[in-house]
Design a protein around this ligand. Structure first.
Ligand SMILES: [Zn+2]
Length: 161
C-alpha cells in the first residue's frame, strides 16, 4: 500500500513572489494629490501584509518519507494516505480522485505536488480571509488585497497567530 519512498523533501511547485500592491484604485476616495495617494497606499499595503499569517508566505513542505502535512496555524492536517472528500474538494473531481487513489509514485510527482499546493493554498486562503486579506495573482506576481474585494481598509491591531 505504500506509495514508495521519497528521496527528497516534497515542496509545492508554486513559489510565489510577493509584491507591494500599488493599485488600490477601487476602495478609497480620490486623493488630493498623487503624493498623498502613494503614502496612503504604502501604509495600507503594509497594514494588509501584516495581517497575512507568517506561514502563508512560505511554500508548504512535507519531509521525505512523510505523508501528512500539518497546518502551522491550526489543527488541520492533510493525510495523503487517507484523504477525505473535503480535503480534495479544491482539486476538481479528476485530480481529487487520482490523489485519493494513492496511485501517485511519490509526493514529488507533478500531479501530486500540484494537488498538494492547491489544497494547502485553499486552506491558507481560509486563514487569510479570516484576517480580511487575500493574495491575488496578477501575471507572475502576487499582491495583497483586502478581502472581500473592494472593502475599505480599516486600520486595526494585528492579531498574530
Ligand atoms: Zn490552518
Amino acid at each position: 500500500m505504500s506509495p514508495g519512498n521519497e528521496g527528497d523533501t516534497a515542496t509545492a511547485s508554486a513559489d510565489v513572489e510577493f509584491q507591494y500592491d500599488s493599485d488600490f484604485s477601487e476602495d478609497s476616495t480620490p486623493p488630493d494629490s498623487e503624493n498623498d495617494d502613494e503614502i496612503e497606499n504604502s501604509e495600507q499595503v503594509i497594514e494588509l501584509m501584516s495581517r497575512v499569517p507568517w506561514y502563508c508566505w512560505k511554500a508548504p513542505t512535507i519531509p521525505a518519507g512523510h505523508f501528512i502535512w500539518n497546518c502551522p496555524g491550526c489543527d488541520y492536517a492533510i493525510n495523503f494516505l487517507n484523504l477525505t472528500p473535503k480535503d480534495v474538494e479544491p482539486l476538481g473531481p479528476e485530480l481529487g480522485k487520482y490523489l485519493r487513489s494513492k496511485k501517485w509514485p511519490s509526493l514529488r510527482e507533478e500531479m501530486a505536488s500540484h494537488g498538494f499546493g492547491l489544497m494547502v493554498g485553499n486552506h491558507y486562503n481560509w486563514h487569510m480571509h479570516e484576517k480580511g486579506v487575500q493574495l491575488v495573482k496578477k501575471g507572475e506576481k502576487t499582491f495583497v488585497e483586502p478581502w472581500p474585494a473592494g472593502t475599505v481598509v480599516v486600520k486595526r491591531e494585528t492579531e498574530c497567530v
